[in-house]
Design a binder for this molecule. Structure first.
Ligand code: ADP
Length: 498
């Protein structure tokens, strides 16, 4: 028998299923897409039934591939988009479509939350202030906006935990995703009943918290029939997408100092921590990791997304590599040109959805290469802003660089010099599904602990040469001054309002 563990990533645009050997090698994958609903401006929802249908399709396809290869599934681990709210009635039926992580309807609910529990207290207990996308404000919104639906609600689940409930009949969650609801007592890694009572909410609405490698239950017969997987297959709680991806990269809270920086559509810095130490101002997130520890998370909303926008709108058809070559010919600091990457507002550290972007300091001497280089540098500076907030809280001795932008040598060298932190590259690209499958291996008993599994499966990484670049120190100071100067002017105006 050749054992494999299946990991699921329930993403925003689709679901991916991946099978890994006990050594962490991917042997098969399958996926299925589903729609994103935007019933009103700022609202994002999905039908949980669509997730189940995608899971059925992807798992059936994956099982076919595994049978052909002679592999036997020993566990199924869950991962996916965080923060969403799946509201269930007493019979386990979905009460209304699920608002997602990027839904913006909860501004009033966040104010209600911080009126009931002071912001500093909220940060101290749960690691974060009231954040629009989190699950807890969604529940307060439901109570106010749709009292009938709220009255029928007996349970609220996170997206991947709803899938676990459907697969096994048992409702459970685990700390990494649960800490993204805004209702988890971080120190105890369990629901904050006192906080919930202050809001008039019953802690019984929330599912049991088990460890990330804990078994939720066995696969139900109907799912075994629909997918070809064995009945009773252990379904393992898994992790929220950020913690899942970090597990896949081998990032452990027992080895603080080794984190990751992602140049994806958004830019993300992930730093593992042994103890829960929040930023007192809530400028970066603090969540539970999936290995019993904690992690900081900072997000720059438009990282490689800025480059994608720039290429599509201002240099259509030009390959990224060609743009990078032009930018490489421009000296560090882009001869005085600065780019503020706030095309979609900003999360960390400014927490301001109305900020907008800018190029500052344009002159007749500047050409396209300057615009591109300034953009790469501006994204790096905004990640530096995030790292500056994190540095007093967590060590950052080595950062694994991932995401589409990490394909560019130039961008990586700019990032290493601007962050003044050693970067390393890793070949692993499977993301959260990989982490979910690895946690599945622990749940199935292939490894004795998450720590042992991480030791055995952490991917190799190549250190990248870091070249200190004095020009960036001055340019970063100008970036901060530029931000202060234009932040009040470059705000959402007619475009955002239209
Ligand atoms: P997502 O976060 O949506 O999964 P990816 O991690 O796949 O995104 O990154 C995609 C982005 O990577 C593109 O929008 C583009 O900005 C950037 N990218 C892709 N190829 C290159 C390249 N060769 N050089 C620099 N940037 C690149």
């Amino acid at each position: 028998m050749k054992p494999v563990s299946i990991g699921i990533d329930l993403g925003t645009s689709g679901l991916k299923a991946l099978a890994l050997t006990p050594e962490g090698h991917a042997v098969a994958e399958a996926g299925a897409a589903y729609p994103l609903l935007t019933p009103r401006p700022g609202w994002t929802e999905q039908n949980p039934a669509d997730w189940l249908e995608a899971a059925r399709k992807a798992l059936a396809e994956l099982t076919g591939k595994l049978e052909a290869g002679g592999y036997t599934p020993v566990a199924l681990g869950l991962s996916g988009q965080m923060h969403g709210g799946v509201f269930l009635d007493g019979g386990g039926e979905v009460v209304r479509p699920a608002p997602l992580w990027n839904d913006q309807r909860t501004a009033e609910a966040c104010a209600e939350l911080e009126a009931a529990v002071p912001r500093a207290e909220l940060i101290r207990r749960t690691g974060n202030p009231a954040v629009t996308g989190f699950q807890l404000p969604k529940l307060l919104w439901l109570r106010r906006a749709e009292p009938g639906a709220f009255a029928r609600t007996r349970r609220v689940l996170l997206p991947k935990d709803y899938l676990g409930f459907a697969l096994t009949g048992r409702a459970a969650t685990e700390p990494s995703d649960a800490s993204g609801t805004g209702a988890l007592d971080l120190a105890r890694q369990d629901w904050d009943a006192e906080l919930l009572a202050a809001l008039g909410l019953d802690v019984g609405l929330f599912p049991t918290v088990i460890p990330s490698h804990g078994v939720v239950g066995g696969l139900k017969a109907e799912w075994a029939r629909a997918t070809g997987l064995p009945e009773g297959l252990p379904v393992v709680a898994g992790a929220g997408d950020n913690a899942g991806a970090a597990i896949g990269l081998g990032l452990s809270s027992a080895r603080p100092g080794v984190g990751s920086v992602s140049l994806g559509t958004s830019g993300v810095i992930f730093l593992p921590l042994e103890h829960p130490t929040p930023d007192p101002h809530g400028r970066v997130h603090l969540f539970c990791h999936a290995d019993g520890g904690y992690h900081l998370l900072g997000v720059t909303l438009a990282a490689a997304g800025s480059l994608q926008w720039y290429r599509d709108r201002l240099a259509p058809g030009v390959p990224f590599d060609a743009l990078m070559q032009e930018a490489a010919a421009v000296p560090p600091g882009s001869e005085g040109l600065l780019f503020l990457p706030y095309l979609a507002g900003e999360r960390s550290p400014h927490l301001d959805p109305d900020l907008r972007g800018a190029w500052l300091g344009l002159s007749l001497a500047h050409a396209r290469g300057h615009l591109t280089r300034a953009l790469l540098e501006g994204v790096a500076f905004s990640l530096r802003d995030v790292l500056e907030v994190m540095k007093p809280l967590a060590a950052a001795d080595r950062l694994l660089a991932i995401g589409g932008g990490a394909r560019s040598e130039l961008w990586l060298s700019v990032l290493a010099a601007v962050l003044e932190a050693p970067l390393a590259r890793t070949p692993v690209e499977e993301g959260p599904a990989r982490g979910a499958a690895l946690l599945g291996l622990v749940g199935a008993g292939v490894y004795g602990s998450v720590g042992e599994m991480l030791e055995a499966t952490a991917p190799a990484s190549d250190p990248l040469p870091g070249h200190p670049e004095p020009a960036y120190a001055a340019a970063y100071e100008r970036f901060k001054a530029g931000f202060r100067a234009v932040a009040g002017v470059a705000r959402a105006g007619s475009i955002a309002d239209s």
